[in-house]
Design a protein around this ligand. Sequence first.
Ligand SMILES: Nc1ncnc2c1ncn2[C@@H]1O[C@H](COP(=O)(O)OP(=O)(O)O)[C@@H](O)[C@H]1O
Ligand SMILES: [Mg+2]
Length: 242
Amino acid sequence: MKDEIIVQTKNLVRSFEFGETEVLALNGVDVDICKGEFACVLGPSGAGKTTLLNMIGGIDYPTKGFVIVDGDNISKYNKNELNDFRRNSVGWVFQFFNIVASLRAWENVGLALEFQGIKDKNQIKLRSYDMLKKVGLEGKELRFPSQLSGGEQQRVAIARALVKKPKIIVADEPTGNLDFITGQKIAELIKDLNKQEGTTLIVVSHDISITQFADRVFHLRMGKIEKIESQIESISYKKFRE
Ligand SMILES: Nc1ncnc2c1ncn2[C@@H]1O[C@H](COP(=O)(O)OP(=O)(O)O)[C@@H](O)[C@H]1O
Ligand SMILES: [Mg+2]
């Protein structure tokens, strides 16, 4: 079902007032992302990558235009609805991992389920352990973040994003704080999980080496999509544009 669109942005504009001046972080962005796709948004620092991801991942509202996720216009959501959307439908992965230092690996993963209102501790533990195994951390469930390497901490964050079975995973520079080899391993892991779990994945990065794993690469520059490169033939994008 690669052909089904799950994320669509329409003429997305986001401007920030900065004193007297106005910064146009996004200047009319149209993207369609298909279900199960691994999409990469590549661009230099300041291109608008984080701003775009914040719109899609339910952190911020556009100034103009809108974002549709799984048929719903999330730009029309009020704050509570947007919080619910983020909690239930989006898995976030950040550059600096953002895991809780005082919680063990499995508890960090379980937090995502607790936030969803799941109360059954056994279920939380089982699902967290299972997800940690999938990201290659079997046997390290009881460690605290300080007892894990950077790459392992990012694996915990990825498990936390995936465990709630979100509609989309969004990752902001997921390899940005890792050395090259560890970053490549994380990119490969993300790719494998994308294929195994069928989760739609949107990664933004300035790091070109991550693009080799993506199905499509959207080049973002100064708030605009410059070009789209497709790495696989099987998706018939054109039909969506017509
Ligand atoms: N909250 C904000 N207030 C003012 N300007 C902002 C804000 N967030 C982002 N910007 C500006 O918008 C542009 C795009 O930022 P960002 O999306 O963070 O880029 P990237 O993630 O590609 O590095 C930059 O010029 C940045 O300075
Ligand atoms: Mg950024």
